[in-house]
Design a protein around this ligand. Structure first.
Ligand SMILES: Cc1cc2nc3c(=O)[nH]c(=O)nc-3n(C[C@H](O)[C@H](O)[C@H](O)COP(=O)(O)O)c2cc1C
Length: 226
């Protein structure tokens, strides 16, 4: 319990991974527990476990002529869960310097015209979002800075702020692979040895600590902004 308890908040934690024993799922569980400890009610949305279909349907295609359009029941259920949340925390593996298809499909289908955008006062106005992206690249890989910039542009500017969120942060969690990988100057993928024993423990402890710091800063910023 913390000093923030008096201000009950709901966090929608969205997990986009097909394996429950993945580092992504582990990271989502830790983030959810940390939010609960800070006094949030957590709504855990595991897109794979709930069988979310990321394929756009005719019913859920934006209807540019009608921002009051009722989308499919599945999508309306997800819209209600977003509306009920003060904060959204999306946890996902970085795929091709972007979000995986299931998370992209959730945004494409659910963050729809008339709901997430297309109004002078967007329905998502004032909400806050943290994007926790796990990346295989190491922190010192030259590709990582560019990847962070690409993610910040597309997730903060292209999606969150476009939809009226008051705050959006990308927490890029590099070094998410047991075997360090990097691309050399000739384009070859170099895969290092898997870390083991104490070194492995230290790597995961450091990884968890970085997750904790991103979530801590995200929670703290709410009270600075309020
Ligand atoms: C299809 C695919 C694309 C990927 N693209 C990237 C990438 O662009 N940058 C990167 O650093 N890692 C990339 N990776 C590595 C994943 O980010 C990494 O395996 C994952 O974060 C590890 O977490 P997990 O064990 O929970 O899956 C990719 C992996 C896959 C399968």
């Amino acid at each position: 319990m913390t000093q923030h308890d008096s201000r009950a908040r709901t966090a929608l934690v969205v997990v986009a991974h097909h394996r429950t024993d993945s580092l992504t799922a582990h990271t989502a569980r830790r983030a959810a527990a940390q939010l609960e400890t800070a006094g949030y009610r957590v709504d855990l949305l595991d897109l794979h476990a709930e069988g979310f279909d990321p394929r756009m349907t005719v019913e859920d295609q934006p209807d540019w002529g009608n921002r009051e359009k009722e989308y499919s029941e599945e999508v309306r259920t997800h819209m209600r869960r977003i509306l009920d949340a003060d904060a959204v925390v999306a946890v996902f593996p970085v795929y091709w310097q972007s979000v995986p298809a299931i998370l992209k499909g959730w945004i494409d289908r659910v963050w729809n015209y008339g709901f997430a955008y297309g109004r002078s006062k967007p329905r998502l106005a004032g909400k806050r979002i943290l994007w926790l992206g796990l990346a295989g690249a190491t922190a010192d890989d030259p590709i990582t800075a560019g990847m962070r910039a690409v993610l910040e542009t597309s997730l903060n500017e292209g999606i969150a702020y476009y939809c009226g969120f008051s705050h959006s942060t990308v927490g890029l969690l590099s070094d998410a692979e047991e075997r360090p990988q990097r691309i050399d100057t000739e384009g070859n993928l170099l895969v290092g040895d898997a870390v083991t024993g104490a070194e492995r423990e230290a790597q995961y402890t450091a990884f968890d600590r970085r997750t904790q710091e991103f979530v801590e800063a995200f929670i703290a910023e709410e009270f600075v902004a309020a």
